[in-house]
Design a binder for this molecule. Structure first.
Ligand code: ADP
Ligand code: MG
Length: 803
């Protein structure tokens, strides 16, 4: 018998007899198969001598088997499983007198012939004593069902409270277990106490049979051992609940009504017995049929009381008690049929364990502590310091929130991973930050963006435009009057073709395009810059202009750090140039700096070479004069000639000659290098000049575009397309060449009439200006500049050309 997914175990036991019907009952050597034969019934006076035969395969045949062996094969497994927390049921079924009571209770006067119940009780208490890791609580109850009446066979025990006013009833509890309300439960501490209760109950059953005229063989008896166990150890913080119970069932005789030829009281008993056994059979059939949802347990007290003991969450064993005589073959056959049906019932025993929450918490706390210690050891071995596995404090959470915020804003490049808890919190903060459904930080960010916008613009909701399209109005602040179109770009309005920012105010002042915003513009916008130049009349006339942002979508109001609103007046060129170098012209400025660095390095080298050449020259001069002295001395003293007629020099003079040669050779090398270095310095100088010129030209161009040229012209120049008719200052381009102050005056005072030809002219002129500036700034390549002689000598670091 296994714990899970097993069938009901079914055994057959024959009552010993001297006249065993061997021709009708055959036990096969496998110990599990019973073959039964029966003469066919005589029909219409004709005797039929033919035999019918049936074969029943069960879990075991108990034929001429001692009580001890019966317990070992039938009872012990169930009892032990009950002690582990599984429900168990041992049940005897069969004809009256076939040995059910003998099997369950045994001969009470003979110890060796005691039945399953006393042996089970003995086993329970023996195990309880042996299992020192658990504490067990054992209760007994003894129920008799007689003619559908529930009888407490232990109600006579002293101190028993009695069934109460409502009497006894079978009640189902949440979770599916069944209890008999009003049935007395008796705490027992030992085998002796338990056996005393068993005998008391048996005695009451016999007394009832006599005094109340009850036939004990016609009642069902259920002795239940309720076992509860608790673990003594903290590590196993679970305990088995009292739902673990062992039902030991001695059923009433199963003989058929017709055969008993009963009448009166006996008939009534037989009817009840048949009814309950019939419903027991129906319940068994329903349990065996997996397709059936409903099992009719409630139809009788017996089936109802046995609901949680028949199949299901229970180890169930059935002993089918039969006679061995031929006269009882019909009942034997009936009993075996019931047994084989019972065998088809599948059980699914489950452990009835409940967790003690207090003990479980203690156990888990201990486990967490242990795991933290293990992690700590791990970190130490892995050389990881500063790891913490404690719950994050409020300060730590706030710090992580701040980090996430800065990360999202871009001011923090990355968030360092510290530990799991920190990672989890980072994720949580990200969720909070991006969750649109009202997360705190999300709202905070939204609020921040709004307030930033409100600092710059007054955002006024407009319900409907004249065309019915929802619009939003942008009110430019006073400091930005005259820069309204710049404002439109500054707030990140999308493609001009989709969204147009146009002034509502008829007083259209000069407009400027802010293609890229410089910090200067920011300063102006926040009022931190120079006093605003009066470009559009007196302040009273410069009321905030209202611009309509025509769009199908809600207004997109993005912060535009690179395109802040344009200032009222152009910044000074010196100031703007610094900003230009830092932003728009940063790349060319970088190239300029690098080329300057190369130039400086080459110049330094040139100085070194010049010094070295001068030194070499001085040494040459000294050596030459020393040698000259030697020559003069030789000429005055006479000179040595070898045998071959060759001039022989003294050692010192020879050293001077060699030194002079070496110096001259060095001088030549230095001179060559100086020459090429001079060329490189010159080249670098040229590149630096080109870079500088390019930087200045681009700055001029940017400055004019950003602060002096009208929006429409810039848009047209960018796209090469046409612009809508409007007021075009035609000679703005020419003003680029003029003095800044004069140009500003011209921009403010002059406007040209709307004219496509003027636009074309302006466009062409601007392009030629751009080409000219680019042409001036475009450097020659290194190969173009270097002479063929120099081209192979690439000792210089790479000279960066302007892209
Ligand atoms: P049931 O409870 O099924 O009506 P009992 O258990 O009372 O039948 O048995 C009827 C009689 O047969 C009893 O006197 C009992 O001692 C005897 N008996 C039954 N089975 C055995 C057996 N296996 N060995 C010895 N005696 C038995
Ligand atoms: Mg009996």
């Amino acid at each position: 018998m296994s714990a899970r997914g097993s069938e009901v175990s079914v055994f057959v036991r024959t009552r010993p007899t001297a006249s065993f019907a061997q021709e009708l009952i055959e036990y096969l050597p496998d110990g599990q198969t019973v073959n039964v034969r029966q003469w066919k019934e005589s029909r219409k006076g004709v005797v039929n001598n033919q035999l019918n035969s049936w074969s029943f395969r069960l879990d075991g045949v108990l034929h001429d088997v001692s009580q001890e062996d019966v317990y070992a094969r039938v009872g012990r497994g169930v009892v032990l499983r009950v002690l582990q927390g599984y429900n168990g049921t041992v049940m005897c079924f069969g004809q009256t007198g076939a040995g059910k009571t003998y099997t369950m209770t045994g001969a009470t006067e003979n110890y060796s012939q005691r039945g399953i119940i006393p042996r089970a009780l003995q086993e329970v208490f023996r195990e309880v004593e042996q299992r020192s890791d658990h504490t067990f609580t054992v209760h007994l109850s003894f129920l008799e069902i007689y003619n559908e009446t529930l009888v407490d066979l232990l109600s006579s025990v002293r101190g028993c409270p009695g069934p109460g006013p409502g009497g006894m009833a079978v009640v189902e509890e949440p979770g599916g277990s069944v209890v008999v309300k009003g049935l007395s439960l008796h705490l027992v501490h030992s085998e002796v106490e338990a056996l005393n209760l068993l005998f008391e109950g048996e005695m009451n059953r016999i007394i009832g049979a006599h005094s109340l005229n009850r036939n004990s063989s016609r009642s069902h008896c259920i002795l239940t051992v309720h076992i509860e166990s608790h673990s003594r150890t903290l590590s196993d913080a679970k305990y088995v609940t009292s739902t673990s119970k062992l039902n030991l069932v001695d059923l009433a005789g199963s003989e058929r009504l017709g055969k008993t030829k009963s009448e009166g009281q006996v008939l009534k008993e037989a009817m009840y017995i048949n009814k309950s056994l019939s419903f027991l059979e129906q319940a068994i059939l329903a349990l065996a049929d997996r397709k059936r949802d409903h099992v009719p347990f409630r139809q009788t007290k017996l089936t109802h009381a046995l609901k949680d003991s028949l199949g299901g969450n229970c180890n169930t064993v059935l002993v089918a008690n039969i006679y061995g005589e031929a006269a009882q073959i019909e009942e034997t056959l009936s009993t075996l049929r019931f047994a084989s049906r019972m065998k088809r019932v599948r059980t699914d025993p489950a452990l009835n364990e409940h967790i003690n929450p207090v003990l479980q918490v203690l156990k888990l706390q201990k486990e967490i502590q242990l795991l933290k210690q293990q992690l700590s050891i791990h970190d130490t071995l892995a050389n990881r310091t500063g790891m913490s596995y404690e719950t994050l404090s409020e300060t730590q959470v706030a710090e992580i929130q701040s980090q996430v915020q800065r990360y999202l804003e871009g001011s923090l490049e990355e968030i360092n991973i510290v530990n799991i808890k920190q990672i989890q919190e980072v994720f949580a903060q990200f969720k909070v930050a991006i969750h649109p459904g009202g997360a705190v930080l999300g709202r905070q960010q939204e609020q921040r963006v709004r307030s930033q916008l409100c600092e710059t613009y007054s955002l006024v909701e407009k319900t409907q435009s004249s065309s019915g399209t929802p619009v939003a109005k942008l009110q430019a602040p006073k400091s930005m009057v005259g820069e309204v179109e710049g404002c439109g770009f500054g707030v990140g309005v999308a493609a001009p073709s989709e969204r147009h920012v146009r002034p509502v105010s008829p007083d259209r002042t000069r407009t400027r395009k802010t293609k890229e915003l410089v910090s200067h513009g920011k300063k102006e916008a926040t009022g931190a810059g120079r006093p605003a130049e009066d470009v559009s009349g007196p302040p009273s006339q410069r009321e905030p202009e209202v611009y309509e942002l025509e769009t199908q979508d809600p207004p997109v109001l993005l912060p535009g750090p690179r395109e802040p609103p344009r200032p009222d007046s152009p910044p000074s060129k010196t100031e703007a140039f610094e900003d230009f170098k830092a932003e728009r012209g940063s790349e060319i400025n970088r190239i300029l700096k690098e080329n300057k660095a190369v130039l400086l390095e080459r110049r330094a080298r040139l100085r070194e070479l010049t010094d070295a050449i001068n030194t070499a020259k001085t040494e040459i001069d000294h050596t030459s004069s020393a040698l000259q002295q030697w020559r003069e001395r030789r000429q005055s003293q006479g000179q040595f000639v070898s045998a071959q007629g060759e001039l022989v020099l003294e050692e010192e003079e020879l050293a001077l000659v060699m030194r002079l040669q070496e110096l001259k050779s060095r001088y030549r090398l230095l001179y060559e290098e100086q020459r090429s270095t001079k060329a490189e310095v010159s080249y670098c100088h040229h590149l630096v000049d080109q870079c500088r010129a390019r930087l200045l030209t681009e700055f001029e161009s940017w400055y004019n575009e950003s602060f002096l040229l009208p929006e429409e012209v810039q848009a047209m120049l960018r796209t090469g397309g046409t612009i809508r008719p409007g007021l075009i200052p035609l000679d703005k381009a020419l003003a680029l060449e003029e003095d800044e102050q004069v140009r500003c005056e011209r921009v403010r005072s002059e406007r040209l009439a709307d004219s496509p030809s003027a636009v074309s002219f302006y466009s062409a002129h601007m392009r030629s200006l751009q080409r000219r500036s680019v042409g001036r700034a475009t450097p020659q390549t290194a190969s173009q500049k270097r002479s063929p002689r120099d081209s192979g000598r690439t000792r210089l670091p790479a000279i960066l050309t302007i892209m």
